[in-house]
Design a protein around this ligand. Structure first.
Ligand SMILES: [Zn+2]
Length: 505
C-alpha cells in the first residue's frame, strides 16, 4: 500500500472544500484491504474531509455478513451474526436491532450504494456488537474479528402466560454449570465459564415481564440478572436442542395478555367464519337469457326457480341463517354487481346457479366449479360461455373484468379457495347422491375463472346443474320436481359444509 502523500491529502482536502466532483481526484483506482480470519480482500474507497469511506456492500461481502439494499429509499441493512443494522444515506441515525443510535457521521449515497467512514463503522461495531474491528488509516487495512465472548446476546419474548428469555451462546454449557436464583424479584442466571458481551446485553431493551437487565462478568463465571415486574409461579431452564442456546421460561399467575380480549378476538374470528348469511345467485336474467337449449329452453328460466326453492330449503333446514338473492325475478344484473350484493350483505357463502350448454348435444351431467385463476382446460368452454354474460354490459363496465383487475381480484380470493373447494366437493357429492334416480350423472368438481365469482370475499361455488343442449336433460331440467331435487341436493351440501366448518372452529 502506498502511503498517502502530502499532495494527496491536500488534493482531497481541496476537493472537499470546493465541492469538485470526487472522481476527478480521489476515485482513481484506490483500494484498501479488508482482513477477516486471515483472509484478505480488496475494496475500493474514497476520501472526503479526511475521512476514508468504504462501501457497505464490499464490507458485508468481505465480512461474510448478509445485506439488503433498498435503492429507492437509499437504505442498506446489514445482518452481522445476531445483529441487524440499518443505515440510511444522509442520515446520522442508524437502527441497531431495536434501538436507534445517533452516530458521529453520515453514510453517503454513491454509485447506487451506501458508503460509510471506516472509522465510524469500527466504532459502531465495537461499541454495539460482538465484532471487533480495526482500521489502520495509514496502511489502509480494515480488519474484522470477534470479541472473545461466548454469550453475545439475549432476547426477551412475551407469551400469553409468561415470558421466554433466550440466551444466545456459542458454547455448549453443561446443566450443572447454569444456575437460576430468584432473590427479591430479581432472577439471576449464573453461568460458569461464560464470557459475556456485557455492553451488548446491558443495552438490550427490557420488555414484557422484565423491567431491567444487568449483566456482570466475573473471572470464571458471569451473571445476567433480570428484574421482574410480577411474581412468577415457575421457572424452567431448557437447553435448546437445535443450538447451544439457553431458554428460560417464566410463568406468571395471571396471564400478561388480557385473556378477556384474547377470547373476544378468538370469538370474533370464529364469528367471522360462521355461516350466518348465504347468497344465492341465479345466473343471467332479463336481457341475458344465458344458454338457449333444446326446445328454446332458456337457462335463466331454470336457474331462478331452483334458486328460490334452494332459498326456501335453506331457511327451513338452517333456521337463523339469512338468505340473500342477487335476483328474485327475471331482471338483468351485471356480473360485478352480483358479488357486490354478496359482499354488502356480509355473505358467508356464495352459490351461483347455472345450466350448461355444448354444441355436442350428447354432453350431459352436472358439475360444480370453484374459482381459480389456474387453467383447467376441461373447464375452458364452460368458462367462456358463462363469461359471455359481460357482453350484455356496457363497454365501460366491461373494463372491470380486464387483465390486472382480474388477477388482483382472484388473489383476494385465495384465502377462500380451500373452503370453496370443500363446498364444491360436498355439494357435488350430495347432487350425485340425489340425482342418480333421475339419470343425471356427475362430471365432478372443477376449477375455472368465472367473472361472476371474482371479487366475492367469501367461499363461493358455481353449479352447472345439467346441459340444456341435451334433449334428455333439457326435458328433465324443465320439470318442477327436478328443481326440488336440485335444491334439496345443493342444500344437503350446504348443511354438511356448515356443520363441518363450524364444528372445526
Ligand atoms: Zn350460465
Amino acid at each position: 500500500m502506498i502511503r498517502r502523500t502530502f499532495l494527496d491529502r491536500l488534493l482531497s482536502f481541496l476537493s472537499a472544500l470546493v465541492f469538485l466532483p470526487f472522481s476527478s481526484f480521489a476515485q482513481g483506482n484506490r483500494y484498501l484491504t479488508i482482513i477477516k480470519n486471515g483472509r484478505k480482500s480488496q475494496a475500493p474507497y474514497f476520501e472526503k474531509f479526511g475521512q476514508i469511506y468504504i462501501s457497505l456492500v464490499d464490507f458485508a461481502q468481505s465480512g461474510d455478513f448478509g445485506f439488503y439494499t433498498n435503492e429507492d429509499r437509499r437504505k442498506t441493512v446489514l445482518y452481522a451474526g445476531r445483529d441487524k443494522i440499518k443505515f440510511t444515506a444522509g442520515n446520522s441515525f442508524i437502527v441497531l436491532n431495536d434501538r436507534i443510535l445517533q452516530v458521529l457521521g453520515e453514510p453517503v449515497w454513491r454509485e447506487r450504494e451506501i458508503w460509510i467512514p471506516a472509522d465510524l463503522l469500527v466504532s459502531i461495531f465495537n461499541e454495539n456488537t460482538v465484532h471487533v474491528m480495526q482500521f489502520d488509516a495509514d496502511k489502509k487495512i480494515f480488519s474484522i474479528g470477534a470479541k472473545n465472548v461466548n454469550i453475545a446476546s439475549i432476547q426477551i419474548s412475551t407469551k400469553s402466560n409468561g415470558t421466554l428469555l433466550h440466551i444466545y451462546t456459542s458454547k455448549q454449557f453443561e446443566r450443572k454449570n447454569v444456575h437460576l436464583k430468584l432473590v427479591n424479584n430479581w432472577l439471576y442466571v449464573e453461568i460458569f465459564d461464560a464470557k459475556l458481551d456485557v455492553n451488548s446485553i446491558n443495552q438490550k431493551v427490557p420488555s414484557g415481564l422484565v423491567s431491567e437487565i444487568r449483566a456482570v462478568q466475573f473471572d470464571n463465571s458471569a451473571s445476567i440478572a433480570f428484574k421482574l415486574r410480577k411474581k412468577i409461579v415457575t421457572r424452567d431452564l431448557v437447553f435448546d436442542p437445535d443450538s447451544t442456546d439457553l431458554l428460560i421460561s417464566l410463568r406468571t399467575e395471571e396471564p400478561l395478555v388480557d385473556q378477556q380480549s384474547e377470547k373476544k378476538k378468538l370469538d370474533d374470528q370464529k364469528n367471522d367464519w360462521k355461516i350466518h348469511t348465504i347468497v344465492i345467485d341465479p345466473g343471467h336474467g332479463g336481457k341475458d337469457p344465458g344458454a338457449i337449449g333444446y326446445g328454446r329452453l332458456y337457462e335463466k328460466n331454470i336457474v331462478l326457480p331452483v334458486a328460490l326453492k334452494l332459498g326456501k330449503e335453506i331457511k327451513k333446514r338452517l333456521p337463523g341463517v339469512k338468505v340473500v338473492f342477487t335476483r328474485k325475478t327475471d331482471v338483468f344484473i351485471p356480473l360485478y354487481q352480483r358479488t357486490k350484493i354478496a359482499n354488502e350483505h356480509n355473505g358467508k357463502l356464495f352459490i351461483s346457479l347455472h345450466c350448461n350448454w355444448n354444441p355436442n348435444k350428447k354432453a350431459r351431467g352436472f358439475e360444480t366449479f370453484f374459482l381459480s385463476a389456474d387453467k383447467d382446460s376441461r373447464a375452458r368452454d364452460v368458462v367462456l360461455k358463462e363469461n359471455e354474460s359481460i357482453n350484455f354490459e356496457s363497454k365501460k363496465e366491461q373494463k372491470r373484468y380486464q387483465g390486472v383487475n382480474f388477477v388482483l381480484a382472484t388473489m383476494a380470493q385465495n384465502a377462500f379457495i380451500k373452503h370453496s373447494q370443500y363446498l364444491a366437493t360436498v355439494v357435488q357429492k350430495a347432487m350425485t347422491r340425489k340425482l342418480s334416480s333421475i339419470e343425471m350423472k356427475s362430471r365432478g368438481v372443477k376449477q375455472g375463472a368465472f367473472w361472476v365469482m371474482v371479487g366475492a370475499t367469501m367461499p363461493n361455488i358455481l353449479v352447472e346443474m345439467g346441459f340444456i343442449s341435451n334433449k334428455h336433460e333439457a326435458r328433465t331440467l324443465k320439470r318442477s320436481a327436478t328443481h326440488t331435487k336440485l335444491a334439496s341436493a345443493i342444500c344437503d351440501g350446504v348443511v354438511k359444509y356448515k356443520r363441518d366448518i363450524e364444528g372445526a372452529m
